[in-house]
Design a protein around this ligand. Structure first.
Ligand code: NAG
Ligand code: NAG
Length: 472
């Protein structure tokens, strides 16, 4: 019956669209984080950090030179060179080759706001310069390897998480959740979106993440819901400016934009679209223009639209995947990032058992908790789908045997792989540290905890019982 056949086919088509909704990313992400590359967390490279001139103060990373900010403040004359040496050696062509050979099909790159250098207030904020050039170098290598990238805004202006190395500065004075710093994060977003579309080496960027791990108590993050909406709008506004079609936005200005001579003109025109974009977003676009030009100059990049040049490239670009931590990351009546979603959007959850509060500290409790994990379903119920697990590791609160770590890796891969996939934290850890064995993907591969092909499991019969509990 043709009509039955037709509806059958359209159901297939719909479900194909549903799994394939993330342009530029594989259907199933088998990914790793490139942590401590352009944003150093000294615990991951304790020996190198001390040899660079850093210090260790393990119980309070604000008490010594144990974060990027304190390092840059202590060594203003040498920080750029010291960090450049680190950037060039922490992620190399060999590493990219190894990841490729290990079947890694995506990476998440944690970044600080300071990679957009004009955003930094140099009288009160201390950070290395030159990271953008190394990002470009790494993106080129990843592009050549065919490994797409999520750019993760991990260390936000004003600091978004108290006393954490990953925030770029260890301090209890958290100032991100304020209008001034939300605005700077939007400007960052506009710049990174523009670069992702107009620089050939950045074309491997498939997604940008708004904010890594906001404070979990939503009472302490006022304005975050509004920021998330503005984040999506900012990405889409830049894309509209560049002439990239975005599902969900139809405007009659494309002819106008198509005649724009260069990026400055195009972005300025988008900044006038008051019927689509709110004043905060339009102001972020205006403030981003000189910074896009600054970055373009730094990268020696074309910002002129010739009909046979950049304009042609842009016409073929797909919109970026907008990425948020899912709403359930927070408690106390959090806002829902799905409320402001426009075009392709993905959600990110992180799960570490090693910090406590998840399951009792023993093998059975870990596996049982994991088997009953329903985070993907819970997120989907409020529209936070597709969801990936952007961070996880093999770390445990107890001394784990090699045998358990093989099971633990299998079980986590199985459960996190039920959604859009996952990114392990981290691709590497300095060799010979206390954390290398359970936090380094490459070490886990060497030790045989992780399978050489990430889509496989040690136990091919791994499956779930209805009532929960794994069968091995
Ligand atoms: C930079 O920081 C200093 C010190 O906090 C402050 O007085 C100044 O207003 C800031 N400049 C800008 C442009 O925000
Ligand atoms: C962009 O176009 C404007 C207006 O035509 C012009 O003033 C400006 O110099 C151009 N910028 C570049 C980088 O070519």
């Amino acid at each position: 019956m043709p009509s039955t056949l037709f509806s059958y086919l359209s159901i297939i088509a719909t479900s194909i669209l549903a799994v394939n909704a993330l342009p530029g990313l594989p259907d199933k992400i088998y990914g790793v984080n490139l942590g401590s590359w352009l944003l150093i967390e000294p615990w991951m490279l304790p020996t190198e950090w001390v040899s660079m001139g850093g210090e260790r103060c393990d119980w309070d990373c604000s008490a010594c030179i144990a974060n990027e900010y304190n390092f840059a403040q202590a060594y203003p004359d040498t920080v750029d060179q010291k960090f450049k040496e680190h950037w060039q050696t922490w992620l190399t062509q060999d590493d990219v080759n190894t990841l490729k050979a290990a079947g890694i099909n995506s990476v998440r790159i944690p970044l600080g706001y300071w990679i957009v250098e004009p955003l930094v207030n140099r009288t009160s904020e201390f950070h290395a310069k030159g990271g953008l050039l190394e990002l470009r170098r790494g993106l080129k290598q990843l592009k050549d390897a065919g490994i797409p990238v999520v750019l993760d805004h991990h260390a936000l202006p004003g600091v978004a998480s108290p006393n954490q190395m990953f925030a770029g500065r260890c301090t209890g004075d958290v100032q991100f959740y304020t209008p001034h710093n939300y605005h700077r994060a939007l400007v960052w977003t506009a710049v990174m979106t523009a670069l992702s579309h107009i620089h050939p080496d950045f074309s491997i960027v498939a997604s940008i993440q708004a904010l890594n791990e906001p404070i979990m108590d939503a009472n302490q993050t006022p304005g975050l819901g509004e920021f998330n909406k503005n984040f999506a709008q900012t990405i889409r506004a830049v894309e509209i400016a560049l002439g990239i079609p975005v599902p969900g936005i139809s405007i009659g200005i494309s002819a106008n934009l198509a005649s724009a001579a260069n990026v400055t003109v195009a972005v300025s025109q988008a900044a006038t679209l008051s019927s689509i974009f709110n004043p905060e977003v339009r102001q972020a676009l205006k403030d981003a223009i000189p910074m896009i030009l600054y970055a373009a100059n730094q990268l020696g990049m074309n910002t002129i639209f010739g009909l046979d040049g950049l304009r042609n490239v842009l016409r073929k670009r797909q919109p970026l995947v907008v990425n948020f931590m899912n709403a359930q990351w927070q408690y106390n009546n959090p806002s829902n990032p799905a409320d402001g979603a426009i075009g392709p959007t993905a959600y990110d959850n992180h799960l570490y058992y090693s910090f406590g509060g998840v399951a009792d500290a023993n093998e059975e409790a870990y596996l049982k908790h994991l088997c009953n994990l329903n985070r993907i379903e819970e997120a989907a119920a409020i529209g936070n789908s597709p969801l990936w697990f952007g961070e996880w590791s093999l770390a445990t609160q107890f001394a784990a045997t090699d045998d358990f770590l093989r099971k633990w890796a299998d079980a986590q891969k199985l459960m996190y792989g039920k959604g859009a996939g996952y990114f392990f934290w981290n691709f590497k850890i300095e060799e010979g540290t206390d954390t290398t064995r359970q936090w380094s993907y490459l070490e886990g591969l060497k030790r045989g905890y992780l399978t050489q092909d990430p889509s496989q499991f040690h136990d091919p019969h791994i499956r779930l019982k209805e009532e929960g509990g794994l069968i091995w």
